[in-house]
Design a protein around this ligand. Structure first.
Ligand SMILES: [Zn+2]
Length: 696
């Protein structure tokens, strides 16, 4: 957890309205308001449930329901008392258990300004490890509860309405953004609870997706989702002689995506939605973590904007694929590891990264290498650095990026040393101590080794003091070249040497770091011998002035990857094999950040300009979208703009004006929209709109 106290000085302008319910001030004195607020972790040392009910008090003495019970009681006893509550995930639970009379008292306390909610999100989301889209979603979820709270005169209706409007996966995702969840600073049993919540949420959501696809395609045939494709496991594709694959694309533009399916035949015929043959090859499964597939069928798919396309796959030869070529040695890539030994000083743990050496230990200077596939679809080089570190390097036809699929673990600890495994990319780029990291997957910040822009730094941590969180990308550049790495998860990254970029892949540590979690960071994994992690890095090399044109769409594509689902057999003749919810692709600078059913006749949409100012010659310009020419199945009857959290009409928004010493320029306003149906976006601008729609 993080202890927070918000403090502000009262001024004679602004703030006044919200301070009306504050204790009276003395105008002849400097009045200081201390605003304490709750910090009820939605999971940390205990699970969300254990915290709420006050279970397992031997771990930590905490029961959130009793906090709220006693607060309401004490507020009633003394009108001078105030309370500020933060975590909507807990308040929502508590609210639904209250009697109507308590609900009335609570509503009255809120109206009097004595019970106040701040932040308003489902949780207090983490700052460093969250993706901005998930932060916006969890804020919207929490604020929506209060929006309904505000407009709903019948309090018992509130919960029913909210339950209908929010789904279980949204609430699980909301909890997962908590600063001890996605950040990894919770106890292991709590991490399992988060995983369980996400799995249950997805199981409910899967039904919704399955039903939607059945309606859109007109096919009621059973549909399966293979969630273990990353470890080459999918019973249907491994056993079936003929099946179809639906590729759903949540992005507002057509995507091209390489697909790898675990199979046991050696030759397959793949056709697209128009019956055209698609190039495909069967390669070896390099490292299957479990499962029975002998090979992987590789081909490239395309899916239309906000829609799906269907591919039909038939086995032509029912025999296992031939085994791959003999291993060869190469020195092309090295993987390294930071060691973390136990000493009397600060150790690495869930909170702290503190390696015991500034130079990483090389796992292996030469990798056992196999060239597995060279085909018209993909070229692959597999490298095994040790029994627990390997990677596959892939180049796909027509793609500009190089893919590194890394597999690390179980990290051995028999030598008594915890280990933090990095991959380091060494180049001859003259980066001169500068490197760049993203902030929550959105804007990019300049970093300089052993330097802080706002104070003089005495660097005492040569490695950890230069590590930064990345959520989607990091890069180094000089005048001619930029090397950008796009990641599939939040990781740590740095540039310790000129021309090099390093990314942390996995950590397994043997000691607690004394920040409260009370456990070493040593996830047991499926077989209790240490967790195996697998992920992907996409590398692009481009001139700096065109680099964003590549990494912006690449990173959005990584976050919103196509969703694959499978049906056994041949689709019936009247199955609709392709669908797009948009009339046409969005302009390249525009990202469809949100599209969700708000109520019966309205949808919430967020349109985002995904380029920063001056980042791209072509795309860092204002761009206009016509709302009436957006959807293929919805007619837009009306549009109203809202605040980012969708809890306020934009015209009602009132930004606080701060008195500052320097008069800083206000943020540039949007270019005026050409018409009520057209929305103009400036670089990095997000606009939130509630659209009144009719089904076509
Ligand atoms: Zn906390």
């Amino acid at each position: 957890p993080l202890k927070l106290l918000l403090l502000y000085l009262s001024t004679d302008n602004g703030l006044v309205e919200s301070l009306q319910s504050c204790p009276a001030t003395n105008p002849s004195m400097l009045n200081v308001h201390l605003v304490p607020h709750t910090h009820d972790d939605v999971g940390w040392l205990k699970t969300v449930d254990q915290y709420y009910y006050g279970d397992r008090n031997n771990i930590q003495h905490a029961g959130v329901q009793y906090i709220l019970d006693s607060v309401i009681d004490q507020l009633q006893k003394d009108p001078a008392r105030r309370f500020i509550y933060v975590e909507t995930a807990f308040f929502y639970r508590w609210w639904r258990q209250q009697s109507q009379s308590t609900q009335k008292i609570v509503a009255q306390l809120v109206n009097e300004g004595r019970l106040e909610f701040i932040n308003g999100g489902w949780c207090m989301s983490d700052e460093a490890t969250t993706h901005y889209s998930a932060v916006i979603d969890q804020m919207t979820l929490g604020l929506r509860f209060f929006l309904i709270f505000y407009i709903c005169s019948n309090m018992s209706l509130l919960i029913g309405l909210f339950d209908i409007l929010s789904c279980r996966l949204e609430r699980a995702m909301g909890v997962a953004q908590h600063h001890d969840a996605v950040s990894g600073t919770e106890k292991q049993h709590v991490a399992y609870d988060y995983a369980r919540r996400l799995a249950t949420g997805w199981a409910h959501c899967e039904v919704l997706v399955r039903n939607s696809l059945a309606v859109l395609s007109g096919s009621e045939a059973p549909r399966v989702f293979c969630e273990n494709l990353n470890i080459s496991v999918c019973p249907l594709t491994e056993s079936s002689h003929k099946f179809s694959m639906n590729v759903y694309n949540p992005l507002g533009r057509t995507v091209s995506w390489p697909v790898r399916l675990p199979v046991n035949g050696s030759v397959y015929n793949v056709t697209d939605a128009n019956g055209r043959a698609v190039d495909s090859q069967v390669g070896n499964v390099f490292i299957s973590l479990k499962g029975y597939a002998k090979g992987e069928l590789v081909f490239q798919v395309e899916a239309p904007p906000l829609g799906y396309s269907t591919y039909i796959i038939s086995m032509l030869r029912d025999e296992p694929p031939a085994s791959s070529a003999k291993p060869t040695a190469t020195r092309s890539i090295q993987n390294k590891v930071h060691g973390a030994a136990h000493e009397s000083r600060q150790t690495s743990g869930a909170y702290i990264f503190r390696p015991n050496s500034s130079d990483p230990f090389v796992i292996n200077k030469t990798a056992e290498t196999q060239i597995v596939t060279v085909s018209s679809t993909a070229q692959e080089v597999t490298q095994r650095f040790s029994p627990w570190v390997s990677q596959v390097v892939r180049l796909y036809e027509g793609h500009r990026e190089l893919e590194l699929e890394w597999t690390v673990g179980p990290v051995p600890v028999a030598d008594g040393l915890g280990k933090e495994v990095i991959t380091r990319l060494d180049t001859d780029i003259k980066s001169s101590d500068y490197f760049y990291t993203d902030s929550n997957g959105r804007e990019v910040l300049e970093r300089r080794k052993d330097y802080r822009p706002t104070w003089e730094l005495k660097q005492t941590e040569p490695v950890a003091g230069n590590y930064y969180p990345i959520n989607s990308r990091a890069y180094i550049k000089d005048d001619k070249h930029q090397l950008t790495v796009v990641t599939d998860r939040s990781q740590g990254a740095s540039s310790i040497y000129n021309g090099s970029l390093e990314i942390m892949l996995h950590r397994r540590l043997l000691y607690d770091d004394f920040r409260g979690v009370g456990e070493p960071l040593s996830e047991p994994g499926e077989f209790s011998d240490g967790l195996v992690a697998r992920g992907r890095l996409l590398l692009t090399l481009s001139p700096p002035d065109t680099a964003a044109d590549v990494h912006r769409p690449l990173a959005q594509g990584m976050v919103l990857q196509p969703l694959l689902s499978f049906q056994d057999g041949t689709p019936s003749a009247n199955t609709k094999l392709e669908f797009s919810g948009l009339q046409t692709s969005l302009p390249p600078a525009v990202h469809l950040l949100t599209l969700s059913q708000w109520d019966k006749d309205t949808v919430l949409i967020r349109l985002e300009h995904q380029y920063q100012a001056k980042e791209s010659k072509t795309h860092s310009q204002p761009v206009t979208v016509n709302l009436q020419k957006l959807f293929s199945t919805l007619e837009v009857l009306g549009a109203s703009e809202m605040s980012l959290g969708a809890n306020q009409w934009k015209e009602d928004m009132n930004r606080l004006q701060w008195n500052t010493e320097k008069t800083s320029k206000p943020l540039p306003l949007s270019d005026k929209d050409p018409s009520p149906w057209e929305v103009t976006l400036n670089p990095m601008e997000i606009r939130t709109l509630l659209l009144r729609v009719r089904q076509l």
